[in-house]
Design a protein around this ligand. Structure first.
Ligand SMILES: Nc1ncnc2c1ncn2[C@@H]1O[C@H](COP(=O)(O)OP(=O)(O)OP(=O)(O)O)[C@@H](O)[C@H]1O
Length: 431
């Protein structure tokens, strides 16, 4: 883990994307740094230190997931998000909860492959180019022909050309298995994988799509798969972050219908959070050091309605605030790759220059806050629907406006959105 990721540095990095929510940012920053600190301890003490999991309490769309996801990205850590309510659905079997750990390992494998593919990129591209040229001009073609096609490919002249290439067959499971395909210690997906091992299938693809597949396959061939699995498993165990959303929905605030299954889910989650060993297709995985960030609005149920054992496992409580109109202004103007910056860049590709004025941003924020107040409070997510509607027209006919400019000021926002925003029934559907 990066030595420079001190709590202050982590909070500063999160500040670039997320407005406010200081307590939550500080809590996750400390949790991450504690992992780094733990690695510095002697082995006997290291095993004693378990993560202090976090409970985030706050309304929908206020940044809970975003903070956790950004944290994982910053730390280059495997991350999965799961809705706790998913496990109360019909057909639920207790061991499904273990799927969370399996998903985390899969994510760790994906990350590890991505890191290693980079190291073998040059060699993989060279081999992929040879196969691409074989498919385009034949194995026996002259060096000059190959060179000319290589150039045409580089210049993008073959983007619409289709070719046929042989690609490995993806192992396919004939049916879905509860518990992620593990029956005891035998792993079925692995078994089916072995059965199809080495088989290829001829596929017709455009040159750029074929190139991507070939580079991927050539890179994978050069990776030591056993080593990838081993490192990924260790990475998931030591650095994995699990975001458990809607934990309040499985808290039991009354003893009537549904409470049994909800309490059941809590009981199932408990060993995972306390630390257990889950069998995965990459080998047994210990969950003791996974960082769990549980989250919920807790409008009805309270954290104290969770099983006491679960409460004990989520000792760090942070409250996130609902976002105000001023927060929306800041989200639109001060975050990296903000929505206005994204739309401006997208539409600029068509040669149209969109510029947001300060009063235009304020007007968008005001309408978003109003609709949140009147229809339903979905937090910063409202900005996405409002911005989409605001720029719907220019997004559609940008081609006719190439070379032109569009100033999004308060008057423009008013003209595009005011009539919809003031009509509650309409904004329910449109904004
Ligand atoms: N404080 C904030 N600063 C900047 N952007 C935010 C903030 N809060 C939310 N957003 C944006 O709003 C969207 C939804 O936020 P997020 O997914 O974090 O919601 P949440 O709090 O996890 O809600 P839920 O409990 O419903 O999952 C994201 O695109 C995120 O970028």
């Amino acid at each position: 883990m990066n030595d420079n990721l001190t709590p202050k540095a982590i909070v500063a990095a999160l500040d670039a994307h997320i407005i406010g929510q200081r307590d939550a940012k500080r809590a996750v920053a400390v949790a991450l740094r504690n992992r780094w600190r733990r690695q510095k301890l002697s082995p006997d003490l290291r095993d004693e230190v378990t993560p202090k999991n976090i409970l985030m309490i706050g309304p929908t769309g206020c940044g809970k997931t975003e903070i956790s996801r950004r944290l994982a990205k910053l730390a280059d850590a495997p991350f999965v998000k799961v809705e706790a309510t998913k496990f109360t659905e019909v057909g639920y079997v207790g061991r499904d909860v273990e799927q969370i750990a399996r998903d985390l390992v899969e994510e760790a494998v994906r990350l590890e492959k991505e890191r290693r593919r980079l190291a073998v990129k040059d060699k993989a591209e060279e081999a992929a180019m040879n196969r691409l040229l074989d498919a385009l001009v034949g194995k026996d073609s002259s060096q000059a022909t190959r060179e000319s096609f290589r150039q045409r490919f580089r210049d993008g002249h073959l983007d619409a050309t289709e070719i046929e290439i042989d690609l490995p067959v993806q192992p396919q499971m004939p049916f879905d298995l509860p518990g992620g395909g593990s029956v005891g210690m035998i792993n079925l997906s692995e078994m089916f994988g072995k059965m199809t091992g080495g088989q290829t299938k001829r596929r017709k693809l455009t040159v750029p799509a074929a190139w991507e597949k070939l580079v991927e396959e050539e890179a994978d061939k050069r990776l030591d798969q056993d080593e990838v699995s081993r490192v990924a498993l260790a990475d998931a165990e030591a650095n994995g972050i699990v975001f458990l959303d809607e934990i309040d929905k499985i808290a039991v605030s009354d003893v009537r219908g549904g409470s049994v299954s909800r309490e059941g889910v809590q009981r199932d989650l408990l060993p995972l959070i306390e630390g257990t060993t889950v069998s995965t297709k990459y080998g047994p995985m210990k969950t003791d050091h996974i960082l769990f960030i549980a989250s919920g609005a807790f409008h009805v149920a309270k954290p104290s309605d969770l099983l006491p054992e679960l409460q004990g496992r989520l000792p760090i409580r942070v409250e996130l605030k609902g976002l105000t109109e001023d927060d929306f202004v800041a989200i639109l103007s001060d975050t990296k790759a903000s929505l206005p910056a994204q739309y401006t860049a997208l539409i600029a590709t068509e040669g149209v220059d969109v510029a947001f004025t300060e009063d235009g941003i304020r007007a968008v924020a005001k309408i978003a806050a109003e609709v949140n107040g009147e229809v339903e409070n979905i937090g910063a997510r409202r900005l996405q629907t409002v911005m989409e509607k605001l720029l719907e027209e220019v997004s559609f006919d940008a081609e006719d406006r190439a070379g032109g400019t569009l100033t999004v000021d308060a008057a423009y926002v008013e003209a595009q959105l005011a009539s919809i925003a003031r009509n509650t029934d309409l904004s329910r559907f449109v904004l």
